[in-house]
Design a protein around this ligand. Sequence first.
Ligand SMILES: [Zn+2]
Length: 135
Amino acid sequence: MRKLEPVVKKWYDALDEDKMLGFKCQRCGAWEFPPVYCCNNCSGTDMQWAEISGKGRLLDFVCTSPISDHPENTDLKPYCLGSVELAEGPSLYAIVQGVSKKNKKEMNAKLPISVKAEIVQRDGFRSVVFRVVDE
Ligand SMILES: [Zn+2]
């Protein structure tokens, strides 16, 4: 039986040390980001903390509207919500800066777009957002 640890606390503590941690499955090598205890690839539970590269690709996105916009994310504007595939493999739905209503047509034609994870300081905590990288 795996000894449970406070995953959320460890994740945020790592962000305070400029590290973005995921879990790497010790059975099949697949990654989980954000970290979850059970591997989505092989159902293995021997997951070890490991730092992600932050590199990824934006596969698809939607621009927010006054209805879908979360009022607590005002400090991150302008942004879109996008499906990001990390270089390590896992995909997640994330805030992506560099794509907005102003350039959505141009950016949509360029998909997939290279993005990089960044740690941002929010009101009292740090978080991860993705940003379009120029190649
Ligand atoms: Zn696995």
